[in-house]
Design a protein around this ligand. Structure first.
Ligand code: SF4
Length: 498
């Protein structure tokens, strides 16, 4: 079988992370406490492929591009990075997608600043590109770059030349990819950089459905977000809610391939089926009943803390959903949430809608109440805090520290991230390690202590408990102990200063 268009990425993307998406986050840092090959194996093991090198599971975003191209009649397929070389004789275009090509996004850039070492996602991608560029040096193959980290190439213009990139597409490419592909195949000129505008952003009925299984059964149920946080690029896109029929068709693709665990992806999952910022129980209940018909166990990608609180206090929503989710196949659920700040002033200025339907003035209470609700329902959040938001003062950081103290008793991981200019704040300055003040150090230490404490609890009671996953559990414990050991010297240094 030969393909005109190959879609691929490096190993840190083309992996199912031992069927645990959370392990994939280890690709955002350099190896710590373990040799790099073991760290790499733990974070991103090779994925099984068929006879011609097509992975049995591939990243959802790449599956969408594959489906769009196949729907338009192109001979296109996702090929594992180890297997693309045998397809290069026939290929005319190689497309690539990534979450974080050069470790410039959070939290990779922060690990890079703290450790002074390059995270394995960037190392792995550049290693792959060096070999790939050699392999295509005498061939007329066009290289098209896309995905959520496409913007990073603008920071490394030399690599655009070195790696012979023809076109970079920044934004949702589902609707325009076939047109661009045809132009490239015709030999027409195509701009080096394409920013997908609102007219070219796909409507719901223009979003293709995946044809082959996605990594860890991830399926999108909603695209876009109505909350408008100023530091976020998602906010610039319109909201589209998948129909139950679309969701079921993608569930069937994964389920027929034997996938029994899956992630429901949305920027605020609890807004599925609502037409504002207040959750609606009926569509959410129907959604979860549908998904549980196909998956034994599920995770949520993201929820906002205000929907958790509002849903539970007004409709007992969290209790109702966890009653559907929890059964013999599942007793807890993981999710990402954004705290971002404990400062009322910054919440009002940077993310006024994130707190809706509550006022920004109540944001710290909203966060604490939502954490309490999640703790009670065995929902384990991985939460983010942003350090160095534009206009941040010492007072703002102290308010975040105060909030951290209140969250101490709730099972969660809290990850501090340095501000990266994105969304409507993309012309602002990056937060750099040189900008760190004592008050930031205090906040970083609180986050480390909190997360180490709860990581040990989660590893001993919830995560990777199946007997066949014991090795993964042990390796993660080694990593947590390494952090503990390292943070002790940091703590000592800090305690001597205050
Ligand atoms: S709630 Fe999340 S996805 Fe929505 S705009 Fe804010 S940061 Fe972005």
């Amino acid at each position: 079988m030969s393909y005109d268009i190959i879609i691929t990425s490096d190993r840190t993307m083309m992996s199912n992370h031992h069927s645990n998406e959370f392990l994939g986050f280890l690709t955002t840092s350099p190896s710590m406490g373990l040799p790099e090959p073991i760290w790499m194996w733990l974070a991103a093991p090779k994925v099984k492929v068929d006879k011609i090198g097509r992975p049995i599971q591939a990243p959802y975003g790449l599956r969408k591009i594959e489906a769009a191209l196949q729907n338009a009649g192109f001979k296109a397929a996702i090929i594992d990075p180890d297997h693309i070389y045998k397809h290069l004789n026939k290929a005319r275009i190689v497309m690539m997608g990534h979450h974080d090509y050069f470790a410039l996004g959070p939290p990779s850039c922060e690990w890079m600043m703290i450790t002074g070492r390059e995270p394995i996602n960037a190392r792995s991608f550049c290693k792959f590109m060096e070999k790939f560029t050699q392999a295509v040096r005498n061939r007329d193959i066009k290289i098209v770059i896309g995905g959520p980290a496409a913007w990073q190439w603008l920071y490394v213009p030399k690599l655009i030349e070195k790696y012979r990139v023809s076109t970079i597409i920044d934004g949702e490419a589902d609707k325009i990819i076939a047109h661009i592909t045809q132009k490239i195949l015709n030999g027409d000129s195509v701009p080096k950089y394409i920013q997908v505008n609102l007219n070219d952003t796909p409507r719901l009925d223009e979003i293709p459905l995946i044809k082959y299984p996605s990594v860890n059964g991830l399926i999108e149920v909603m695209r876009g977000c109505p909350r408008g946080c100023r530091f976020c690029s998602v906010t610039l896109r319109p909201l589209r809610i998948y129909t139950f029929d679309m969701i079921e068709r993608e569930l069937k693709v994964n389920s027929l391939a034997g996938i029994r665990k899956g992630i429901l992806h949305a920027e605020d999952l609890l807004l599925y089926g609502s037409n504002g910022v207040k959750p609606k129980p009926e569509p959410l209940i129907k959604l979860h009943k549908l998904v549980k018909k196909y998956y034994m166990s599920i995770a949520w990608s993201h929820v906002s803390l205000s929907t958790v609180k509002y849903g539970q206090e007004n409709f007992k929503l969290i209790s109702k959903l966890t009653e559907i989710i929890y059964d013999s196949g599942q007793s807890w659920i993981g999710v990402e949430v954004g705290i971002e700040t404990g400062s009322v002033k910054l919440a009002r200025r940077i993310m006024p809608m994130k707190t809706s339907p509550y006022s920004s003035e109540t944001w710290p209470e909203v966060v604490e109440d939502a954490f309490a609700i999640m703790h009670e329902h065995r929902i384990i959040p991985a939460a983010t805090i942003i350090i160095g938001l534009p206009g941040e003062t010492e007072e703002d950081v102290l308010e975040t520290i105060e909030l951290m103290d209140k969250l101490k008793k709730y099972r969660s991981l809290i990850v501090p991230m340095f501000f990266v200019p994105m969304g409507t704040l993309k012309d602002k300055n990056w937060f750099k390690i040189l900008n760190i003040k004592e008050v930031h150090e205090e906040l970083l230490i609180k986050c480390f202590k909190h997360s180490i404490h709860w990581a040990e609890d989660i590893l001993s009671k919830f995560y990777l408990k199946e007997p066949y996953r014991i090795l993964l559990n042990i390796l993660l414990k080694i990593v947590v102990n390494y952090f503990k050991f390292k943070s002790r010297s940091f703590l000592k240094h800090y305690e001597n200063r205050f």
